[in-house]
Design a binder for this molecule. Sequence first.
Ligand code: NDP
Length: 329
Amino acid sequence: MSTDYKAWRVEEQGGDYVGSEKILNTGDLPEGEVLIRVSHSSLNYKDALSASGNKGVTRNFPHTPGIDAAGEVVESSSDSITAGASVIVTGYDLGMNTDGGFGEYIRVPAAWCVPMPAGWNARTAMIYGTAGLTAGLCVQKLLKMGAAPEQGAVAVSGASGAVGSVAVELLSGLGFDVVAISGKADHAEDLKALGAKDVVGRDALSQEKKPLLKPVFANAVDTVGGTPLAEMLKQVKPGGSVSCCGLVAGPQLETTVLPFILRGVNLLGVDSVEIPLADKVSVWEKFAGEWACPKTEASARDIGRAELDGALKAFLKGESAGKIVLDHS
Ligand code: NDP
């Protein structure tokens, strides 16, 4: 059975990429085992890249972005997922070259579907979204390396962003002293409310000639990459670790080996997209339990499809803050 649905669709128009609401049909969705009625999605930097025609994210247009989706299964040919189940889909190819959560329906492989954790609904899941999942994976890697509050402060760069803000609240809830590094002076109080002990400007990570600086951070979550990550590595204490997940400040990393060979600093790569489903499930279950971030949940902002354009452009300008949920109702 096929049905019409609404989607925020991006088209190429004379070299520009323009998003608008369109009526599509589920019969035109890609093949897959599970058809999901999406009630909520979540906004991410990668969605902004897709919507602006970044070919590294999305090759072909017209396209429906949305790397995150949550909703109800309406058809399934898989034994593992049944119609009526509530599921979360993040990452893999969703919203990249597979039509994503900015439409009211998606069709995906069963292997992409995470069962909704007990006590959660689609909106709660999408408050966290890929950004929350990524923050959780960053923190999990630090903990696996033995990071502990008594070692000293943990820095979070891009702290007001979607990944950074969840990392701030999660780490603070785990008892860490969090130093939030943010370019938004007017968000300092919000970051403190999320649990940051200190908030410092991006100049804490501005380019210095010296290959090593005074070590001030025991561990760190870096969501920006580029020069700020290189500068952060110079300031990590011996044996400390940095989880690295983003590139808003650039994909290049120019560093010497000195933080690694003189201080034993660990640079930990974090991918939330292609990892096994079981690794995603375990982080989702933690957020629905002992890792819950009530302040993030309370402060999330809901928007409709008509507000997507402006909200996505704010990501590209580095002006987005906190968690934004797309509500299809
Ligand atoms: P956001 O835009 O919400 O947050 C990024 C934050 O970084 C901004 O809010 C801003 O925070 C800061 N920032 C922006 N531009 C610059 C700049 N030029 N220099 C330094 N800081 C800057 O994005 P997300 O949180 O959604 O994503 C963050 C990064 O993580 C992105 O690169 C994204 O692609 C990546 N990512 C990676 C994933 C993975 O699986 N590895 C999954 C999800 C995201 P402030 O003003 O507070 O400094």
